[in-house]
Design a protein around this ligand. Structure first.
Ligand code: BDR
Ligand code: CA
Length: 311
């Protein structure tokens, strides 16, 4: 039986690619999408989530998340990475689909209580919604099956930060929420920059996906052009890292990654704000975090899953 998944996301170009991946993965059943502020304002990311479910004919409902982080200000969206509309300036529109009446945090609580032990959360944006859900009902920590997070950086493989020298964007955007999520006693796996920056999608592979994956292939090709140009120019790499799809790959095929197990803390202030640390002596539960990856196998999994298409 497929594992029930709530996708917590700030679409976002790599978020859109990850949503397509989940939709096509036979081992995952998408039961809802919760939106976060990050790659755009909450209005933008929620509009984009609705646009994507409409275009890709995905039946899952969309739940609007928090407009601001728990403590720090929201900041400006990174339009230079994801475009003015956060989907690579592709002019996303919504004709029919509407946002649901429950908030993202309420939906997460509802899922945990309705399907105890059965739901995975794949979180690829700031962790505000997860922290708010834990605040609403701390009992959900014992009821969520697992939490897979794209976020953080530990300096492995030379990757220590993308928003500051030491912090990754999803954690830096709401460090207090991330710290609450990492302090909770639920099974967490972090998929940090240490591995996501190794998983580089080339034009060659994108063109194959575009040719073989129908409308979905065309959509991921179109939205990713802006992102591809950004990474080629700014980071001088031949393609772009599929950050959020890497978390989906971990959820589907964890054996493609090596992980470390330790308590994880988040720096909450100063120049290091948002820095994640493996802290063996910290008084909190141990969590997994990826240290290395078979990048070629992850990219092949992405390609074959999209080419196979939705079930
Ligand atoms: C993360 O930040 C966002 O811009 C991406 O969508 C990804 O989730 C990478 O640091
Ligand atoms: Ca994201």
């Amino acid at each position: 039986m497929a594992e029930k998944v709530v996708f917590d996301t700030d679409p976002g170009i790599d978020d859109a690619m990850a949503l397509a991946f989940i939709d096509c993965a036979r081992s995952l059943e998408l039961i809802g999408i919760t939106t976060t502020t990050g790659n755009g304002t909450i209005e933008t990311t929620t509009r984009n989530a609705l646009h994507l479910v409409e275009c890709l004919d995905i039946p899952a409902s969309v739940f609007r998340g928090a407009a601001a982080p728990l403590v720090i200000p929201a900041g400006s969206p990174p339009t230079f990475v994801h475009g003015e509309d956060a989907l690579g300036n592709t002019d996303p529109r919504v004709e029919q689909r509407e946002v649901s009446s429950l908030s993202a945090a309420e939906f997460l609580v509802d899922c945990a209580n309705r399907y105890p032990g059965e739901v995975a959360i794949i979180a690829v944006g700031r962790l505000t919604n997860l922290a708010l859900a834990l605040e609403l009902d701390p009992g959900i920590a014992a009821k969520i099956g697992r939490v897979v997070i794209m976020g953080g950086a530990f300096g492995g493989n030379g990757h220590s930060g993308n928003i500051t020298k030491v912090a990754e964007a999803n954690i830096h955007g709401d460090p207090h929420a991330a710290d609450i999520v990492l302090a909770a006693d639920w099974p967490v796996a972090l998929v940090p920059l240490d591995v996501t920056m190794q998983i580089i999608m080339t034009d060659e592979r994108m063109l194959r996906i575009r040719a073989a994956a129908g409308e979905m292939g065309e959509l991921v090709w179109q939205v990713s052009r802006f992102y591809d140009a950004f990474y080629r120019e700014r980071h001088d790499i031949d393609g772009f890292p599929v950050h959020d799809s890497s978390a989906v790959a971990f959820a589907i095929a964890p054996a493609l990654f090596d992980t470390a197990v330790a308590p994880i803390t988040v720096d909450l202030e100063g120049d290091g704000m948002g820095r994640t640390r493996r802290a063996p002596d910290a008084d909190r539960p141990e969590h997994e975090s990826c240290a290395s990856v078979d990048a070629e196998a992850v990219l092949a999994l992405y390609e074959e899953t999209l080419v196979q298409g939705p079930s």
